[in-house]
Design a protein around this ligand. Structure first.
Ligand code: PGA
Length: 234
């Protein structure tokens, strides 16, 4: 049965506090939680806040949701660097699995991510929401049964990613955990803030599910929570 919850909270600290508290509550209930975590910009203040309780993470495992391809090794806007800065390097973890899109044997790297997922599934996927409804780098039209894959970014995603790279060369492709495994996560949270997300929130939550809006496929998920601030719900 579908159980999509829409939780709307005042923008700013109240929203950050609510989501971070919920995350710490999940970890208290299941310390060995297997999480798949997004970067982008939306979840970062939540990770910052949750990382103030580092001991909560000591038995948890984290899988990076996606990663840009073709970046220099020291690129600070890589998803790995961003997640390390805001969470992974600040807390003890049982395990952290990043993604290497530039691995010599990419097929083996993709299989290895799928093997990680198959080793216990994903208990909680914390996702952002692309302006086009993408989840991770699963752009509109991505197969709902797709697993970890190398993907091309949609033009709007490439354009949107420019703000992370501040004038440096920005990527046009990446590797993402596939929709199959995100839809199969025991629990999914989608984090969306700001008025710029309001239209795609409506398309994702209030309209029929379609592969044209990957986030709308979560409508049939048994445990999905949309954490919205007021402007994103406007
Ligand atoms: P954002 O990105 O959190 O920076 O808005 C979300 C996404 O594009 O998936």
């Amino acid at each position: 049965m579908s159980a999509v919850r829409r939780v709307v909270i005042a923008a700013g600290d109240a929203w950050v506090d609510a989501v971070a508290t919920a995350l710490l509550d999940r970890l208290a209930a299941a310390p060995d939680l297997r999480m798949c975590l997004a970067t982008g910009s939306t979840p970062l203040p939540v990770y910052d806040r949750a990382a103030r309780s580092p001991e909560s993470f000591a038995q948890a495992s984290v899988l990076l949701l996606d990663e840009f391809g073709g970046l220099p090794a020291d690129e600070p806007a890589s998803c790995d660097c961003v997640l390390r800065d805001h969470l992974v390097d600040r807390v003890p973890l049982a395990e952290y699995r990043s993604i290497d899109p530039d691995a010599d044997d990419l097929a083996a790297e993709l299989r290895s991510i799928d093997t990680w997922i198959d080793g216990g599934g994903i208990d909680l996927a914390v996702l952002g929401l692309g302006r086009n409804g993408h989840l991770g780098m699963n752009e509109p039209g991505s197969p709902p049964d797709g697993r970890t894959a190398r993907v091309d970014l949609a033009p709007t995603t490439i354009e949107g990613a420019q703000r992370y790279f501040e004038g440096r060369a920005h990527p046009k492709w990446g590797v993402t955990v596939g929709l199959r495994d995100l839809l199969a996560a025991r629990e999914v949270w989608v984090l969306a803030t700001g008025a710029a997300k309001a239209d795609i929130v409506v398309a994702s939550v209030d309209r029929p599910a379609t592969t044209d809006v990957p986030a709308s496929l979560l409508r049939n998920h048994p445990e999905c929570t949309w954490w919205l601030d007021d402007p994103a719900d406007s």
